[in-house]
Design a protein. Structure first.
Lengths: 264, 673
């Protein structure tokens, strides 16, 4: 029996692109994330972070390998998987013509939150995310910061045990990004298993309990920041990242876990 | 606004149209035409026209050069009245058409009207003058007849009176019933298109679809929700527009057509609503599907024109003369409901046809909706990338596209058969069978880079199989005769149709050996290459043995376009597919097919066809068929990779060796499908 809320095994995805040919977007990715943990997926653009997370959210089918969310297989039980996770990315937009309250009500219902508790949950989220002032204003009239809050509230509307944040701060200003990270830290404290992808080193350093470094579709290293530092003898995450990416580029290095542990 | 504006604009538009029409009539009635009369018989023409009523709309003018005056618009038209000799000269010079003047009227003057058809005044003036001349001719003819001693004016020879026995409801039903489906569809598409283009294509563009796809809702639930929304909006808008129109007609703001009574009982309205449910669902489904395939709002809008035409064309079925139910139109979605709606409104309902039409259109709606669900399952919705099969092409793509290719081939063959006709059956067989059924598998093999040996099952069967073929071919023929007799109870085929078909296919003027060559040997080979060759090869992993036999056999049947031939040819197709699947080779099916056709031609040429009429022969045939298939099964060499499980765990596919260039940039091995 495994305590991990999320687990992948040799998760692989191949795309076929007219200009680039056959592209191994994710190559035998093995990751795991337990309750109350933030696993950071750190990699440059095109490293395979979004592809991996989309496979976890069942939007993409794995070419090979498998993944489980709360014990449900992404291939065989996609609806059960999606019931148990909330997915947030810069590309997951909100309906502009409805209000935040209607948005939360809709997504709580669609995600099978008990019907009798939906209204109480919506009221709770509005209070928690301080949406009271504009809860009944159409989304299209909100500022980008307000929309971001509504989006996060939408992600957790059905109170899922697993949360996926795919480059959530990419389009945010500094203050909004800080607020978002605070919210994510609070969600960790509530016992959620959180996958957080980013290409911003400082963000991964501050927020993530463990970090998986992705490059060219492969996991090059996984561990806590201290484990990564000890394994490489380098202090800064940026240097650690360049170390692994450089090593792989030079020698097509094998996947290496700096400190094989319970989550490796 | 999209609801309210049309409510106001539609009557405004209709009132505007009515006003313009009235104004046009007034202007036409007030218009006078400037006409010159020229030529050697001008005086005669003037005297003739002088007999016309004094309130003439013609203003007679004199001009030097009427041709020039017509060009410069100082004249609307001119009448050239000439002696018959002048006309003959014009004919000789090639300036006038010969044979215009009937021989019995030789010697009479000729009037020639010159006008300019691109000018309203000239065109209408010519028409009015022509009408006047014809009316004058009638009066003169009558007076001549009377003068010659004919006993009575024409009106007293026979008086004609017409009486329409149709009730007002029937007249109204016949008129309204022709347009009601078209009107409903047009209004629904106009009303629902904005929502449908926004609902999936627009959501892809905005990113809300990505949000929705990561929710716990199933794809079926998403499509069902979207479909119901489009149905509700499109139908509501259509209904509002109809009620709006009804109201304005009722208030007299718009003039209804003279024989439109505008009375529909609540019962009829309810029945029509129930009847139209599958049409509403199908329309919404097609709109949703177009939106599902489009990547953006604008792209979805581009699809609206073909969608509009595709949906409206069958709705025009009631306007086609003599198109009624029951008929093969039952099988055409929307057209069948349009005809049923007309029948319902006229009060002549054929209940089985109505129910069948409802079922067919409902099935079409379900199928179209399932395509939307499938589109939402596609990763293209999110990534926009090509699939592995599309990228690599070759055999994997053929397995995916095989039915699409056969559908296009079927449509092309139908069009060619209808439009390219040869008087000689030999040429027809060479083109329609020989060329098309040989070219198609070759094109498929070349385009998808298939291995011809595998794609056409060019393998040697075990020798015992041939015993089965020799037993099975004549037995199959007897069984087909039996099936045909059974079919007569369900769909009776008039004997003259069968006789005509027999005479076309087996004309007595062509020697039997040529018929055997062109109608037995040739189709026996090339049709097998197409159906038991590439079609079976392409479908082999989709179905089990029985499923393949039914699907391949059914498609083979539908390629024989005469409806009465479909069941028997489909049966032959099922059997030949089983023969190929059991023997692992196409050759026994070819031999069976050649023998089947050859025996039929031979028996017909000897006039022995009637001797196979006995019902018991059908049962003997069926028994022989089972025996033959049993023999082939005993000596079986199974066809490779049959069934949905055959493709799993094999990477790459069996033809992968021929995939050759994969255009791979990474150089990595391709993954398993």
């Amino acid at each position: 029996m495994n305590d991990d809320f999320v687990r992948t095994e040799s998760l692989t995805k191949v795309f076929y692109d007219e200009s680039r040919g056959e592209v191994m977007a994710a190559n035998a990715v093995d990751i795991a994330c337990a309750a109350g943990e933030i696993l950071g997926l750190l990699g440059a653009n095109g490293a395979g972070k979004t592809t991996t997370l989309r496979m976890l959210s069942t939007v993409l089918r794995p070419t090979s390998g498998n993944a489980w969310v709360m014990g449900h297989e992404v291939r065989d039980a996609p609806e059960r998987v999606r019931e148990n996770l909330g997915f947030y990315s810069a590309s997951t937009a909100l309906y502009p013509k409805i209000t935040p309250r209607e948005t939360l009500r809709f997504f709580a219902t669609v995600n099978r939150y008990p019907a009798s508790k939906v209204e109480a949950r919506v009221d709770d989220l509005i209070r928690r995310f301080r949406l009271e002032a504009y809860a009944d204003t159409r989304v299209e009239r909100l500022s980008s910061g307000m929309k971001q809050k509504v989006s996060i509230a939408r992600t957790v509307a059905h109170d899922p045990p697993v949360l996926i944040f795919d480059e959530p701060t990419v389009a945010l200003d500094v203050l909004n990004a800080i607020e978002l990270r605070q919210i994510i830290a609070e969600l960790r404290a509530e016992g959620k298993a959180i996958l957080f992808s980013t290409h911003i080193m400082s963000e991964a350093e501050k927020l993530c309990d463990r970090i998986a470094i992705l490059h060219g579709g492969r996991i090059l290293a996984t561990g806590t920041l201290n484990e990564l530092r000890e394994g490489t003898g380098l202090h800064y995450l940026e240097d650690i990242f360049v170390h692994f990416a450089g090593v792989r580029d030079e020698a097509e290095a094998e996947v290496r876990n700096v400190m094989p542990g319970p989550h490796a | 606004m999209s609801v309210i504006l049309p409510i106001l604009l539609l009557p405004a538009f209709l009132v505007g149209m009515s006003w313009m029409e009235d104004r046009q009539v007034q202007r036409d009635e007030a218009r006078t035409f400037r006409v010159a009369i020229v030529g050697s018989e001008a005086e005669f023409a003037r005297s003739l026209l002088g007999e016309a009523s004094p309130a003439s709309r013609f203003q007679w003018v004199s001009v030097e050069d009427p041709g020039q005056a017509l060009e410069t618009e100082s004249l609307d038209l001119y009448l050239e009245a000439m002696a018959p000799e002048a006309w003959a000269t014009l004919v000789e010079q090639g300036e006038a058409e010969a044979d215009v003047i009937p021989t019995e009227l030789e010697g009479v003057p000729v009037f020639r009207l010159h006008y300019h058809s691109s000018r309203t005044a000239s065109r209408e003036g010519a028409s009015a003058l022509q009408m006047k001349l014809l009316a004058l001719r009638e009066v003169r003819r009558d007076s001549l007849l009377l003068g010659a001693g004919f006993p009575a004016p024409r009106s007293e020879i026979a008086v004609l009176h017409t009486r329409d026995v149709a009730s007002d409801e029937e007249v109204q039903g016949a008129m309204l019933g022709r347009y009601v489906t078209l009107l409903l569809l047009g209004l629904m598409i106009l009303g629902g298109s904005a929502l449908s283009t926004d609902t999936l294509a627009g959501e892809k563009e905005r990113g809300t679809l990505a949000t929705l796809l990561t929710s716990a809702a199933t794809r079926n639930e998403l499509v069902a929700g979207k479909l119901m929304a489009i149905m509700a909006v499109a139908f509501s808008i259509a209904l509002i527009q109809v009620l709006n129109l009804w109201l304005f007609l009722g208030l007299g703001i718009i003039e209804p057509p003279s024989n439109l009574a505008l009375r529909v009982s609540p019962e009829l309205a309810f029945l029509l609503l129930v009847l139209f449910l599958p049409v509403i669902a199908l329309t919404a489904g097609v709109l949703l599907l177009a939106s599902a395939y489009a990547n953006s709002y604008k792209e979805a809008q581009l699809y609206l024109t073909p969608v509009l035409l595709g949906l409206l064309a069958p709705a025009m079925a009631p306007m086609v003369p003599d198109l009624t139910l029951p008929s093969a139109m039952i099988l055409v979605p929307i057209a069948n409901i349009a005809l049923a709606a007309r029948d319902l409104m006229v009060g002549q309902v054929h209940v089985p046809s109505l129910l069948a039409s409802w079922g067919v259109t409902a099935a079409a709606a379900v199928w179209v909706t399932s395509r939307s669900v499938r589109a939402l399952h596609s990763e293209k919705v999110v990534t926009g990338d090509t699939t592995r099969e599309e990228f690599l092409g070759g055999p994997d793509l053929f397995r995916k596209r095989v039915l699409r290719w056969f559908l296009v081939f079927w449509a092309v063959k139908l069009l060619l058969d209808l439009n390219v006709r040869f008087d000689d059956i030999r040429l027809s067989a060479l083109f329609s069978v020989g060329l098309l059924f040989l070219a198609f598998p070759l094109v498929v093999i070349y385009y998808f880079r298939l291995d011809p040996r595998k794609a056409l099952a060019l393998r040697a069967p075990r020798p015992g199989v041939w015993i089965g073929v020799l037993v099975g071919a004549p037995a199959g023929l007897l069984a087909a005769q039996g099936l045909f007799r059974l079919m007569q109870y369900v769909i009776p085929i008039p004997p003259e149709v069968l006789e005509g078909f027999g005479q076309t296919l087996l004309p007595e003027s062509i020697p039997t050996w040529q018929l055997l060559l062109l109608l037995a040997l040739l189709p026996g080979i090339v049709e097998e290459l197409t159906f038991r060759g590439v079609l079976l090869h392409g479908l082999r992993r989709r179905f089990g043995t029985l499923g393949l036999a039914l699907v391949v056999g059914g498609i083979f049947g539908f390629f024989h376009f005469q409806i009465f031939r479909i069941p028997t040819t489909a049966m032959l197709g099922v059997v030949l597919t089983l023969v190929t699947l059991y023997s692992g080779s196409i050759f026994p099916a070819m031999a069976w097919h050649v023998l089947n056709n050859g025996l039929a031609i031979f028996l017909a040429s000897r006039g022995w066809g009637e001797s196979l009429e006995g019902a018991w022969l059908g049962w003997v045939g069926l028994a022989g068929l089972i025996l033959a298939l049993g023999i082939i099964w005993v000596f079986r060499t199974p066809y490779p990779e049959v069934g949905p499980k055959a493709g799993r765990g094999q990477a790459p596919g069996p033809d992968a060796g021929r995939q050759g260039e994969t255009r791979s940039a990474s150089g990595r091995a391709s993954p398993e499908t």
